[in-house]
Design a protein around this ligand. Structure first.
Ligand SMILES: *Cc1c(COP(=O)(O)O)cnc(C)c1O
Length: 381
């Protein structure tokens, strides 16, 4: 990555990250659930309107907690998009669930909600959705299916912090929602995540699972006089050093988001107005959604064209990245009988992500845009 003039992603500091880490160290407690973890929890409750949430070591861990909380076990089926990061699937595979992959829309990598109902059987235990690029899935349809069949929805909102469906925050529709604070996401602390617990009935057990299956959290609140092993669990709580870094970024969320959205809009306007020059597609944002500036991508006409663009841009010192291979075609996945999921395959082959990080300047974005359109048009001759 160091060789690129413009990398794909760049971690950044914007406020008190280093000062808060110093404060955490000087406070004498850097393990989990310290002062800064509490500040993050208060931020999400007060400033962000999430009634119940728990900081975790990653979004992957928040997804694993969701699978444990739903008592997923061998024989259960879980419906999910094939075009997603491995963690969406792994969390449920770890509990022995059978994964039932569903295709994307033709014009959006999000799960095609109109195909979900056909995949439901008497064994379906959960529907896991991913708001790809921070753009909302069709929550009206998904929640109506959830209600009709009484099947829980988990939202992998790793990319979707501060994004909405008809004005309602993503991550608050399902029984659980999960955010990621990995350095490649909008706000981060290197590695980190959040489990949003939208059904109060699960909260107590969530705290226990996060603390190695002990009731330590309630012990520290003085609710029990001793603590011990009361359930299965693992170590899902982050160090307060990570929370300190994260809290500094949460304080600057508005500034971070407005910069990212400006970059997204600059890309969007440029490529939207030149679609007659070369065959490519841009993100489709349904009327019920918005963009949180997480990611800007193009969908090119073929894998060859995508790879050509990446390698030509590399010569200019600009790193473009492709994204997921469909999980139904992965080396690990054992039941590949379902064959092709046509739209997932297209996004696997043809989608390319453009650099988008807080420190990227608008003049750099303009330069990237001009370079890309030139390369795409050269290919048209
Ligand atoms: C980044 C990401 C994850 C994993 O997040 P971590 O915090 O790195 O564990 C899961 N799902 C999706 C869709 C992601 O983009």
């Amino acid at each position: 990555m160091k060789d690129y003039k413009i990398p794909f992603n760049k971690p950044f500091t914007i406020g008190n990250e280093l000062e808060y880490i110093k404060q955490a160290v000087e406070s004498g407690k850097i393990s989990g659930d310290g002062t800064f973890t509490k500040k993050c929890h208060d931020f999400f409750a007060t400033d962000f309107g999430l009634k119940r949430s728990l900081l975790t070591t990653s979004c992957t861990d928040a997804l694993e907690m969701s699978a444990i909380l739903l008592n997923i076990e061998p024989g259960d089926e879980v419906i999910l998009p094939a075009y997603t990061f491995v963690s969406t699937a792994n969390a449920f595979a770890l509990r022995g669930a059978k994964l039932v992959f569903v295709d994307s829309y033709p014009h959006s990598p999000n799960i095609d909600a109109s195909l979900i109902e056909d995949s439901i059987t008497s064994k379906t235990k959960a529907i896991v959705i991913v708001h790809y690029a921070g753009i909302a899935c069709d929550m009206d349809l998904i929640m109506s299916i959830s209600k009709k069949y009484n099947i829980s929805v988990v939202e992998d909102a790793a990319q979707a912090i501060d994004s909405y469906h008809k004005g309602r925050l993503l991550g608050t529709f399902g029984v659980f929602g999960t955010y990621s604070f990995h350095e490649t996401k909008n706000l981060g602390c290197g590695e980190g995540g959040l489990l949003i617990v939208n059904d109060e009935a699960y909260f107590q057990r969530a705290e226990i699972i996060r603390e190695k299956g002990t009731n330590r959290s309630s012990f520290f609140r003085g609710e029990t006089d001793k603590y011990g092993w009361v359930d299965i669990g693992s170590s899902f709580l982050p160090s307060d050093i990570n929370a300190a870094y994260l809290f500094a970024q949460l304080e600057k969320m508005e500034e971070i988001q407005s910069q990212r959205i400006e970059i997204f809009n600059t890309y969007y306007r440029f490529f939207e107005s030149r679609m007659d020059l070369a065959p490519y597609d841009i993100p489709h944002i349904p009327a019920y959604s918005n963009s949180n500036g997480h990611m800007f991508y193009l969908v090119l006409s073929s894998e060859g064209e995508r790879d050509r663009l990446i390698s030509e841009m590399k010569k200019l010192g600009i790193f473009l990245a492709f994204h997921y291979q469909s999980l139904n075609k992965s080396v690990y996945f054992k039941d590949q009988s379902k064959g092709n999921l046509r739209n997932c395959d297209k996004f696997s082959d043809c989608l390319v992500r453009l650099p988008l990080y807080f420190d990227l300047s608008i003049s750099e974005v303009n330069m990237i845009c001009e370079s890309i359109i030139k390369i795409l048009c050269d290919g048209e001759e």
